[in-house]
Design a protein around this ligand. Structure first.
Ligand SMILES: Nc1nc2c(ncn2[C@@H]2O[C@H](COP(=O)(O)OP(=O)(O)O)[C@@H](O)[C@H]2O)c(=O)[nH]1
Ligand SMILES: [Mg+2]
Length: 423
């Protein structure tokens, strides 16, 4: 009996102590639920689309770690835009929501995510409580010893944020000029993404924290189960997959049923057996040019060298069609077409490009390469790596996937690593 009263007393006390903050603090939405905390992030401006996709995986992992303590962390998707490679003229390519490229419901089945505009609406405006600018340690690794650590430090590089008259920090917030930060701090960090978790938990008085230069932290466990869960959840937006599929059917004689590449939009149910996918009757090539050849890298072939390899692969695998995804400029493209007149490319009209944007076209290129009977990519291109993963998800034999073009004079042409999915 006395026990009963005690329980009631505790309950009453808890109710009282829980209710009080509700009356004074707008950040607590209900007495019993953990308050929402938003994690925002951004990546070094020169980084391209496919490394950014990789950083998303690191941030999703961090949010999962943060949520383990019961706090309701939500990942805010950084709008796409102002990417160095997205230079199609006269097309507005900024403030692009993730839903234009990825299936949001698929992402949400992995970790809670919202678009930036939703964040502004939900959190009460274009304000970010705390920006943490991640950087390395000025002194590098001391004694050549690697250790995981994170510390507040003076900013090493010039701060890309400046205070306005009201004392708010202004800077690049994905093209949302009205967005401001209340506080900006530089943090030296060395290690995997989740080393930030204790620091972020201590910061819990803030309702929104943005990690800038988020690529500074590494994967918690590259190619582990959590990596693959997040990667598999990055299902391309349906309209892009449909356009890619229609193109395959029309120009490459390729359909899912004949190629054994039937896709389940619900990624949690997609578990294709390795080697089960046959792929369409064409060779898929990702031929990365531009900045990859400007540096005269010896692991990247000349056009002639690439075409020679393409022809020999077509012969070897008895394929009479070849699909080429490339970022080659006009001049190189003309040469390539002269050397390989039968090549098939996805070339959108200006109107289509305006709708799909450079990012959408890149995804369609990747999707078509992902369905080829045999694929060959370019050395250390994250664009090619994402194609490898897509093919792994579809269930291709690794021999048909982890291939890359070799430089004309490259001696040891090491081939890409096979990363097996952990389900
Ligand atoms: N459409 C299309 N775009 C490409 C292709 N290759 C490169 N790009 C563009 O160039 C960018 C390359 O940057 P990134 O994604 O970082 O890949 P990486 O630099 O090759 O590792 C892509 O995001 C695309 O915008 C391609 O085959 N097709
Ligand atoms: Mg890049």
């Amino acid at each position: 009996m006395s026990n009963f009263y005690l329980t009631v007393n505790i309950l009453v006390n808890n109710l009282v102590s829980l209710r009080i903050p509700v009356m004074f603090s707008i950040s607590v939405s209900s007495g019993f639920c953990a308050a929402v905390v938003y994690l925002l992030y951004d990546v070094n401006p020169p980084e391209g689309f496919n490394l950014r996709r990789d950083v998303y995986i690191r941030m999703a992992s961090l949010v999962k770690t943060l949520r383990k303590d019961g706090d309701d962390w939500v990942l805010v998707l950084p709008p796409w835009g102002r990417l160095y490679h997205w230079q199609s003229p006269d097309i507005h390519q900024v403030r692009i929501p993730w839903a234009e490229f990825f299936s949001l419901t698929s992402l949400q089945a992995n970790v809670p995510v919202i678009e930036y505009e939703e964040f502004m609406a939900e959190s009460g405006g274009p304000f970010i409580d705390q920006v943490l600018v991640l950087q390395n340690y000025a002194e590098g690794w001391t004694d050549g010893k690697w250790e995981e650590k994170v510390d507040e430090r003076p900013c090493i590089e010039k701060l890309m944020y400046s205070k306005d008259k009201q004392g708010y920090y202004r800077g690049w917030f994905w093209g949302y000029e009205e967005t401001r930060a209340r506080n900006v701090t530089c943090m030296s960090a060395q290690g995997h993404a989740s080393i930030l978790a204790p620091l972020l938990r201590r910061n819990i008085t803030a309702t929104s924290v943005m990690l800038d230069r988020a690529e500074t932290v590494l994967h918690d466990h590259y190619a582990g189960k959590d990596y693959w869960d997040t990667r598999r959840s990055m299902v391309f937006a349906k309209h892009l997959r449909i356009i890619g599929d229609e193109f395959r059917a029309k120009y490459l004689n390729s359909t899912d049923s004949s190629d054994n590449t039937v896709y389940n939009e619900d990624w949690t149910r997609m578990q294709a057996k390795l080697g089960s996918a046959k792929g369409g009757p064409y060779l898929g090539v990702h031929l990365r040019r531009k900045d990859f050849i400007w540096g005269h890298r010896d692991d990247v072939p000349s056009l002639k060298g690439a075409v020679k390899k393409i022809r020999s692969l077509m012969k070897k695998h008895k394929l009479d069609r070849v699909f080429v995804a490339t970022d080659a400029d006009e001049e190189e493209l003309e040469s390539l077409k002269r050397l390989l007149p039968e090549l098939v490319r996805f070339e959108p009209s200006w109107e289509d490009l305006e709708l799909l944007k450079d990012g959408g076209v890149a995804i369609i290129d990747q999707w078509i390469c992902a369905h080829a009977r045999f694929f060959i990519g370019t050395s250390v291109s994250t664009f090619s790596f994402r194609i490898h993963e897509e093919r792994e998800i579809l269930g291709f034999d690794p021999k048909t996937t982890y291939n890359r073009l070799c430089g004309d004079t490259e001696k040891e042409c090491e081939q890409p690593t096979h990363w097996k999915i952990v389900y």
